[in-house]
Design a protein around this ligand. Structure first.
Ligand code: FAD
Ligand code: MG
Ligand code: MG
Ligand code: MG
Ligand code: MG
Length: 551
């Protein structure tokens, strides 16, 4: 920064004055954090080094516990119970953190500046524009709902992404019931109003459909006895099955349960158009298009990139990508001061085959053009850390070392046998097939936040004593270990107090006991004791009194 320049000039002209020195020493590095969701909040909660000056910018002045959003749509959990004010979170920190309620509208990577627009909730003064300089930028702006540019989706469907969305869905469901219960309607009109469509058979769409079913079956059907038989829930999914990312047993159980519950599950169905009255659906196998009237549509088909990110990607030469890429250290590729984590970015994991020549060269210490097993074993640990797919591959094949791997590709070899680059290539040729992108989940985002905060906490220390693996291309070591994701398992709540869970090692459990596991995990994952108490008391209230139906 400018302080440093001043200092070096002072050195070249004369000895530095005390004033110069203290100014360089006390100049805090300015860290700007965009977003107060899972990734941003987890970063802030874990940042402990008081030598940073942190500026948080987010249009939302609270953290939202998204896994309970579907419960908010039915009123099982109150909106306030899953929101923690960001000022509560930063107030407890020793690090200097300021929050501004604004949206970042442009990131200037070259000049290290972000441009922001304040929120305009009251509409009194209009929006303020301001710019903030950064030394480091941490982007955690998440993603937006993906409409695939299907006509009418933006205007006529509801998303389930934010707390306001969940509130709006709940209100709309109840309004549909109230309207359908008016005296002057015919049966067709009642059917239309009480046709609830969910688009997307991923975890969110499925959980929402299950919540909606319970809300209708357990609460609303008692309150609206004369119209309850007109209710229909349709779940649309483009592929052949719902919950594709889960174990087949979970998918089968869920599809079965939905059928028994009377949920109209239509797989192989693509939405092609939505008008204010009808939703048009194409059957993929037959190609035929049918239209159905609806009361409410909830759109939950995955996520897309925010405009501010698309603009940044163009600036830094990633314009041809769909999602911003970072390296395994969460640094945005093409920048050493910008980091990105959570749903707004993906880690561009290096392929072993891309770097194979460099790996070989690094391992071949004596430059003989061949590799002894001993030579390779010496760099194996670093390579496994840099390319986690190699470790996974060895584990999957139940191989304990590279010797096994070379044996498998070359036949029986002894420790002394050497391999050349071609043999080395063929031994490792299958390794990259195990690579896959990390899912866009709270679990990934929060682990990345913890990781990055730890890197920031140890920035200075690691400058002196790097601890990451050997650089394959280029000399020296990396400053930090690369990010490693630890998958703790995933839940799929299916309604009727039944949940499916897929835990590490493909351990599957389904049923009522898993629902209790779900309750305890989600109670324990709350960011504060305050929200924990609120959520648990909401659950108790629902058990005792049922769900509230006032809109
Ligand atoms: P977000 O949490 O979305 O946070 C983004 C933040 O950036 C927000 O504060 C937003 O206001 C802010 N922001 C947006 N634009 C700007 C801008 N231009 N400038 C500044 N700030 C901006 N994951 C799980 O692991 N388990 C679950 O059970 C689960 N259930 C889910 C249920 C639902 C209904 C949904 C929608 C998601 C669920 N997820 C779940 C996924 C999880 O919520 C996301 O993966 C996670 O929120 C990603 O965290 P993030 O910080 O990247 O983004
Ligand atoms: Mg975030
Ligand atoms: Mg969030
Ligand atoms: Mg990501
Ligand atoms: Mg050699």
């Amino acid at each position: 920064g400018a302080g440093f320049v001043a200092y070096s000039e002072a050195v070249s002209n004369n000895t530095p004055t005390v004033a110069d020195l203290t100014e360089t020493q006390i100049k805090k590095k300015r860290v700007v954090v965009l977003g107060t969701g899972w990734a941003g909040t987890s970063f802030l909660k874990n940042l402990n080094d008081p030598s940073y000056d942190v500026q948080v910018i987010s249009p939302r002045n609270y953290f939202a516990f998204t896994p309970l959003l579907p419960s908010v749509t039915s009123g099982t959990v109150e909106p306030r119970s899953i929101a923690e004010p960001i000022r509560n979170i930063i107030r407890k920190k020793k690090v200097e953190i300021h929050y501004s309620e604004a949206e970042c509208i442009k990131i200037d990577a070259q000049n290290k500046k972000v441009y922001c627009l304040s929120n305009d909730k009251t509409n009194l003064k209009g929006r303020e524009e301001f710019a903030v300089d950064f030394d480091y930028l941490v982007i955690a702006v998440g993603a937006r709902p993906n409409t695939f540019n299907i006509p009418g989706v933006e205007e006529n469907t509801l998303f389930l992404k934010e707390v306001e969305d969940a509130q709006k869905i709940r209100k709309t469901v109840i309004e549909c019931f109230e309207k359908a219960d008016l005296p002057n309607l015919d049966d067709e009109a009642r059917k239309k109003l009480l046709h609830f469509v969910v688009v997307g058979g991923g975890p969110t769409g499925v959980e929402f459909a299950a919540q909606l079913h319970d809300f209708l079956a357990e609460d609303l059907s008692k309150l609206y006895p004369t119209i309850k038989d007109f209710v229909k829930i349709t779940l649309l999914e483009g592929t052949d099955h719902i919950l594709n990312m889960f174990d087949k047993r979970i998918t089968a159980f869920a599809e079965d349960k939905f059928k028994r519950d009377g949920i109209n599950l239509r797989t192989g169905s693509m939405v092609v158009n939505v008008s204010d009255k009808d939703i048009s659906i194409k059957d993929i196998k037959s190609g035929s298009i049918s239209s159905e009237p609806y009361g409410m549509i909830v759109w939950s088909t995955g996520i897309g990139t925010r405009p501010v990110m698309i603009d940044l990607m163009k600036q830094i030469g990633q314009g041809n990508r769909r999602v911003l890429a970072t390296d395994e250290w969460l640094r945005v590729e093409g920048s050493d001061t910008i980091y990105a984590l959570g749903d707004c970015a993906t880690i561009n994991q290096r392929k072993v085959m891309e770097d194979i020549a460099d790996i070989f060269k690094k391992a071949d210490k004596d430059n003989s053009g061949t590799l002894t097993v001993k030579e390779f074993q010496e760099v194996l640990k670093d390579i496994c850390e840099r390319y986690p797919q190699l470790e996974l591959y060895l584990k999957n094949k139940q191989m304990h070392s590279l010797v096994d791997l070379l044996k498998a590709s070359k036949g029986d070899i002894k420790e002394s046998v050497e391999v050349d680059i071609e043999e080395f290539k063929s031994a490792l040729s299958q390794v990259d097939m195990l690579m896959k992108n990390l899912p866009a989940t709270a679990q990934v985002a929060s682990q990345q936040g913890v990781y990055l905060a730890n890197c920031f906490n140890r920035m200075e220390e690691c400058q002196k004593n790097p601890e990451g693996p050997l650089r394959i291309r280029g000399e020296g070591r990396h400053r930090f270990h690369p990010f490693r994701y630890r998958h703790l398992g995933q839940f799929a709540p299916l309604g009727g107090e039944q949940t499916a869970a897929q835990l590490p090692g493909d351990w599957v459990s389904i049923g009522h006991s898993t629902q209790w596991l779900w309750y305890s995990v989600y109670a324990s994952k709350q960011v504060s004791w305050r929200t924990r108490a609120l959520v648990v008391s909401d659950w108790l209230r629902r058990f005792i009194f049922g769900r509230d139906s006032s809109s």
